[in-house]
Design a protein around this ligand. Structure first.
Ligand SMILES: [Zn+2]
Length: 354
C-alpha cells in the first residue's frame, strides 16, 4: 500500500522534502552529485530536485552505482520497520492459528511485552489483536461455507470449538440480514436435527451463519413445524446424521453449562430485543437476575414489561439464557418452553456450579 501511495515522482519528492518517515521502505532516493542514496526520512541536506533519482530497493540503487548514506543507513532495518515486521508476523500467526491465542502468548511469540505488543498492534493494525482474531475467524467461517460440504463442518473448521473463547461478543456479526428474515427467510437453507435431552425433545436449526433456533418440545414430531412456521419461506433440510455432533454439543452444553455458549448464533430480533439478549448472555450459569435488574442494566429501568416480553421471544433456548431471569419476588416466572423446564434448568445449573 505504501508503494502505491508513493508511485509518482511528485509524491516521492514531497516525501523527501518533508522527511516523511511513512515513506521509508516504499522507495529510496539517490543524489547524482554525491553518489549517495537515502531513506526518504533522512535529515541530510536536501538535494536539488533535478539531481535526484528514485529506486524501489537498496539493491537497485547499489546496482546503479550509489552507496548507502552513513546517516540514515538505508540497508539496515530501522527500529520502526523491525516493530512493524513483528506486528505483521503476529497477524500471520493469528490468521494461521486454528485456535484463539491469548495476548501474552502472541506477545511472547514476537518477543514483545504484552502491554507494548497490544499498544503497537492497535496503532499499526487499527484494531486490537482480539478484534483482529474475531474478524479473521468470521471471514474464515464465511469462506469455509463456500467450500465445506456441510454447515456443521463450516462451524467447526472455523475454529469455533466448544472450549475456545475467541468469538465472545462478535458472534452476531454473521446474522441473517433483517430484510431476509422479514421475507420469511426466503432463499435461506436451514438444516436441523432433533434429539432427546433431559428436558424432553430438542431441535437445533442452523443457517449458514450459525444456529438460528434451539427449542424444546414434548414430542419430536411437533418440533420441525415450530421452525417452519418461524421461517416460512426457507428451504429445510433435516439431517439427523451429520448434524448430530452439533446437536449433541448443544445438549452437552445444556447439561453441563460453561460460562458462555461458544457456537456462532444467527440471532434475529429487534434492536431492543438484541440489547436485552446481550445482557442475558452476561448472566453466568448458577446466577439469576430479575427483569428489573435487566431493565436497569440496559439503562431503561421502566421497561420491565418490555424486557419480560423480549425474554419470552427468545428462540435460542439456553444459548441465550433467558431462563436465568426470574421475577423479583424470587418466583421462577414464565418460560416460553414451560415453567417446569425453567425450574429444572436452574436446578441443574445450581448443582453443576455450586
Ligand atoms: Zn541519508
Amino acid at each position: 500500500m505504501a508503494d502505491a501511495q508513493f508511485s509518482t515522482d511528485g509524491a516521492r519528492w514531497k516525501a523527501v522534502v518533508s522527511n516523511d518517515s511513512s515513506a521509508d521502505g516504499a522507495f529510496y532516493y539517490a543524489v547524482k552529485t554525491t553518489g549517495v542514496y537515502c531513506r526518504p526520512s533522512c535529515t541530510s541536506r536536501l538535494p536539488n530536485r533535478p539531481n535526484t533519482e528514485y529506486f524501489a530497493t537498496c539493491a537497485e540503487a547499489e546496482a546503479a552505482g550509489y552507496r548507502a548514506c552513513k546517516r540514515c543507513r538505508p540497508t539496515e532495518t530501522s527500529k520502526v520497520e523491525g516493530l512493524e515486521q513483528k506486528i505483521i508476523h503476529a497477524c500471520r500467526i493469528i490468521e494461521e492459528s486454528e485456535k484463539f491465542l491469548p495476548l501474552d502468548k502472541l506477545a511472547m511469540l514476537v518477543n514483545l511485552s504484552p502491554y507494548h505488543f497490544h499498544r503497537l498492534f492497535k496503532k499499526i493494525v487499527g484494531v486490537t489483536p482480539k478484534q483482529y482474531a474475531a474478524r479473521h475467524q468470521s471471514l474464515r467461517f464465511q469462506k469455509n461455507l463456500k467450500t465445506s460440504p456441510s454447515i456443521t463442518d463450516a462451524i467447526y473448521s472455523a475454529g469455533y470449538g466448544s472450549s475456545g473463547s475467541a468469538y465472545d461478543k462478535k458472534r452476531d456479526q454473521l446474522a441473517m440480514k433483517p430484510t431476509v428474515y422479514r421475507k420469511g427467510a426466503a432463499g435461506v437453507l436451514i438444516t436441523y436435527g432433533v434429539a432427546p435431552c433431559f428436558l424432553g425433545w430438542i431441535i437445533v436449526a442452523a443457517t449458514d451463519r450459525g444456529i438460528c433456533a434451539i427449542e424444546f418440545g414434548d414430542n419430536a414430531d411437533m418440533l420441525p413445524e415450530l421452525i417452519q412456521t418461524r421461517f416460512p419461506n426457507a428451504q429445510f433440510n433435516r439431517d439427523d446424521v451429520e448434524f448430530k455432533g452439533l446437536v449433541n454439543d448443544v445438549v452437552d452444553f445444556i447439561e453441563s453449562p460453561e460460562d458462555t455458549f461458544q457456537l456462532p448464533l444467527d440471532i434475529q430480533g429487534t434492536a431492543f430485543q438484541q440489547q436485552v439478549w446481550e445482557v442475558l448472555r452476561e448472566i453466568k450459569p448458577g446466577e439469576t437476575k430479575s427483569y428489573t435488574d435487566v431493565a436497569a442494566r440496559i439503562g431503561k429501568p421502566n421497561a420491565v414489561r418490555a424486557v419480560a416480553s423480549a425474554c419470552a421471544s427468545n428462540k435460542l433456548a439456553v444459548a441465550i439464557p433467558c431462563h436465568r431471569v426470574v421475577s423479583k419476588s424470587g418466583k421462577t416466572g414464565g418460560y416460553r418452553w414451560g415453567k417446569e423446564r425453567k425450574k429444572r434448568l436452574l436446578a441443574c445449573e445450581q448443582e453443576s456450579t455450586g
